[in-house]
Every structure is written in C-alpha cells, then in structure tokens.
Design a protein around this ligand. Structure first.
Ligand code: AMP
Length: 486
C-alpha cells in the first residue's frame, strides 16, 4: 500500500468505502463468485464522478493520430516481434555477424549517391528535410549506412571479412497497403572485404534460414547482373529492345526506358510482363568470370540443399549492385492467399560502393529482410489456428486480500531473482478477475494466496483446466513452478 497522502474530503470518503469493502471480504478460503459481485460496485462508484469530467474534456481535444502508413506495434504482438528479433539475432550470431546500431537520421547525400537517382526510393519515397542548413534523410535502407559506418570507423584495417548485422526501422513514403508501411523494420547482414562465392552463398543461406526459423516456407530467386562493364553492354541491347516495344509498355515503364531501364524488368504490369518475357536476358551478356562466379554460388546452394530458382528478370534496380542479386519470396500453401507473391527480402553484391562513398576499394555483399511482412504472416496464422496470445507455458500468481497482496509482491520478487517468470496482476483485487486473466493468458495453473495461507505459510495450486486444487508449502513455490513449466 502506498503511504497515505492528504487528499480532498470526497476522495478520502471514496477511498474509505473502498477499503471497507476489501476488509469485509477477508477470507481464507477461495470463493471467487461472491467476492467479485460485492467488490465490483465500490470502484464503479468511485470512478463515476471523474469519468464524467474526462468525457467533457475529451470532446474539446483532438487526440493526435499516428501518421498515415505508420503504425504502433501493439503489446499484443510483442511475443511475435520478440521471436522475430530473437531468430534474427541467433541467425546473425551463428554465422559470425556482430550487431551494428546507427542513428536513423543521415545526410541525404549518402542515399542519393549510393542508391542513385531514377529509383523509386530516391525520386519518390525518401523522407528528406532541411535542418540547420543540412539536408537530412530518415534512412530508407541500411546498406549505405553500413558502408558509411565501415568507412567512418576505418574498418578496412580490421581483420577481413568484417561482418555486421542490424535490426532497424526504415522509412519510405510508399503507398500504404497490407504489408507496405512508411516505417518498417529490416533485419539485415553485410559482409565486407572479401569477394568469394562462398560469402554470397552464406548470405543467401542465412537469409533463407532466418525465414525458415520463423516457421515460414520460402523460395530463393537468384540472378547475376554481372560487372559494370557487362551491364553497360546489356543495357544498350535492352534499351534497343524496349524502344521497339514502347507502345506495349505502361506509362511508368515508358518513362523508365532512359532513366532506369533495368527497373522495367521488375514491373508487375501485365503488358510490361509480356514484353519482358521476350527481352534479352542479362545472363547471355555476362563475362566468363561473372558466369563462373555465379555457377559456384549455385553449387554451394545445391550443396546446402537450399531450394532456388534462376530468375533472369531479377535485377533489384539499385545503382550499387553487381554480380549476385537475390530475393526471398513467401511460399504460401494457401491457394486463396493474397500474399502469394510477397517479397520477404533481398540482397546482393556491391563491390564498388565503399569506394564510391569515399572509402578504400572494398568488396561487399549483404541482404535485408522485411520483418513486418513476417510478423503479418505469423499473425494471420495465429488468428487462423486460434493460438492463444502466449504460446509459452505459464502460471499465474493470484492473491486475495491486502495481506496476501503484500506477501505475493515479495514472492514474485523472489521468483524473479531466481529467474522464474510468472503472470500476475497485483492491482486487481477480485480473485475471479485474476483467474479469468490466468485462463485468457493460457496459464496452466494459478497459485492462490489468501489470508489463511499467508498465516499458514502455504499456497493453493489450482489446475486451470480441471479446477482441482492442492495446498503446498510456500517454500516449495519455485520448485513447483519449475516442474510445471517443464
Ligand atoms: P528492398 O531492399 O527494397 O527489396 O526491401 C527488402 C524487404 O524489405 C522487402 O522484400 C520487404 O519485405 C521489406 N520492405 C520493403 N519496403 C517495405 C515497406 N514499405 N513496408 C514493409 N516492408 C517493406
């Protein structure tokens, strides 16, 4: 109980009446039904006066809303996000990556130089603003940020390869829709300082295994876009072909012929797709070196039994990619699913990027996975399968009366020190209410402490399914919970 403070007369009165009703319910035996009905009335009366006032005030105040395309991640979804972060951390650390954490604000030029004009991110989606005479941007992606950090910290003198991972929010002023937000999270990994097909293969496998570890089936799509020289020759051929088919292309793609023709290969427009089907394929323009490099990556993937498909139209349209590009797609087994063609992430090699941003020539390769889409799939699955909010086995600590409340606080604190987590709500006086919470949270057992148990040094253990109860010594609580939680 908090120390008594000086309060107004009316508040004192209400507090006194609430206290009386609590005291009158002192009972050593658990009889939830009766107690709840008597108790419910006290807080209602106490709250009714102030509730009216709040309504009055609320009418004249407009509550600020979260921005369009941005959203809160509700505590109800915390378990899913915790698991996603945990899987990301596990995968990254098991492949030897160390976590990089950077500010979300960067100089806008970092992204303009690296991602390149003519891309959606730079032309339409980046949040840019002037502050103190500087052009700043909220990070739309992390590869360029990881490169900046690599250069700023002189990591080229560290033992190579330098391997970093991140789990950060990204910002793109995209058209909001399911699975597409203006603030979203990416888990990614980058390897610097080594050009070897095994590095590319390791990143593809890590990205794929991350999705698998989340319990989601995925398909890897890979391609090689060759060296800068290979690509220059290919683009000349591609532009010639696209110009000859201009009238069949969408308006968006027509505009891109000169600005970013590779990006047309990614188009989802039906007319564009027909044109793309017969377009020259970059694989035919690769140098021998690039072709061999790509073949070796595929051999590693075969060796590790990672299922992949070769996708000659996959280019990932950002300026900094070379050679390997890949994407991971959701493999839904639900024919009706609206998420069949959902990209979960992608990546590739970017050997010239460190130098382009002013660092020593250093090779690089990486991936980024969209965490929000994984969360969406897991949430939909939970809803379909009717899984309870908490999948982890749990027990609930319930109390009855003031004395039991204080004693329970100490018990919970002792359990916490022992590393045992329990569910509870010490602010809830009603035993029935506490037991309802226990079953809603999927707890298998409730430990109930009443006044009699406080005096006896015992506690009741109630099986939430059968309702059967037994009494045990309070000293055995920790051991009993450990046994119940397996
Ligand atoms: P990208 O590097 O643009 O291919 O993005 C990698 C992954 O991040 C995508 O495959 C998506 O899963 C995710 N992603 C990209 N943009 C968004 C967005 N606006 N909202 C949610 N996830 C996104």
């Amino acid at each position: 109980m908090p120390p008594k403070k000086k309060t107004t007369k009316s508040v004192k009165k209400k507090a006194a009446s609430a206290k009386k009703s609590t005291a009158s319910k002192k009972a050593s035996k658990v009889a939830p039904k009766k107690k709840v009905t008597a108790k419910k009335t006290a807080p209602k009366k106490a709250a009714s006066g102030s509730a009216k006032k709040i309504t009055k005030v609320n009418k004249s105040v407009r509550t600020p809303q979260s921005l369009r395309g941005m959203r809160d991640i509700h505590p109800k979804d915390a378990a899913i996000w915790k698991e996603l972060f945990h899987n990301a951390e596990n995968i990254a650390e098991s492949y030897g990556f160390a976590r990089l954490q950077t500010p979300i604000l960067e100089e806008a030029s970092l992204f303009i130089k690296s991602i390149g004009k003519g891309t959606d991110i730079i032309d339409k989606e980046m949040y840019v603003f002037d502050f103190d005479g500087n052009k700043l941007a909220l990070q739309p992606e992390m590869t360029a940020v990881a490169v900046r950090s690599f250069i700023n910290h002189g990591m080229h003198v560290d033992p190579q390869p330098v391997k970093m991972w991140y789990f950060s929010p990204m910002y793109r002023h995209d058209r909001p829709q399911a699975g597409r937000y203006r603030q979203f999270y990416q888990f990614g990994a980058e390897t610097f300082g080594e050009k070897n097909p095994v590095i590319d293969a390791e990143l593809i496998v890590a990205a794929y295994n991350f999705v698998k570890d989340c319990g989601i089936d995925a398909q890897v799509r890979v391609n090689s876009i060759g060296s800068l020289e290979d690509r220059k020759n290919y683009i000349v051929e591609l532009v010639g072909y696209l110009r000859s088919k201009r009238s069949y292309l969408s308006e968006e793609s027509k505009k891109r012929i000169n600005k970013n023709p590779l990006r047309i290969l990614d188009s989802k427009d039906e007319g564009d797709r027909m044109v793309i089907e017969d377009a020259p394929q970059i694989i035919d323009w690769l140098s021998e070196d690039s072709k061999n490099y790509f073949m070796k990556i595929l051999e590693y993937l075969d060796e590790l039994e990672v299922p992949y498909v070769l996708d000659p139209t996959l280019v990932r349209g950002l300026d900094y990619y070379c050679d390997t590009v890949f994407e991971i797609f959701y493999e839904s087994h639900d024919e009706e699913s609206n998420m069949k063609e959902l990209a979960l992430g992608g990546g590739g090699r970017y050997d010239g990027l460190v130098e382009m941003l002013g660092g020593q020539p250093t090779d690089g390769c990486g991936f980024s996975m969209g965490v929000d889409r994984l969360a969406l799939i897991l949430k939909q699955r939970q809803a379909q399968e009717g899984i309870l909010t908490s999948k982890k086995p749990c027990v609930y600590m319930a109390h009855l009366g003031d004395q039991a409340n204080r004693r329970m606080l100490k018990i919970i604190e002792d359990l916490r020190r022992e590393g045992i987590q329990v569910k509870h709500n010490l602010a809830k006086a009603s035993l029935k209410g506490q037991l309802e919470q226990a079953s809603r949270q999927g707890c298998s057992h409730a430990f109930i402490l009443g006044q009699k148990e406080v005096q006896d040094g015992t506690i009741i253990v109630r099986d939430m399914d059968s309702g059967s109860q037994e009494t045990i010594d309070q000293k055995k609580i920790g051991r009993e919970i450990t046994k119940l939680l397996g």
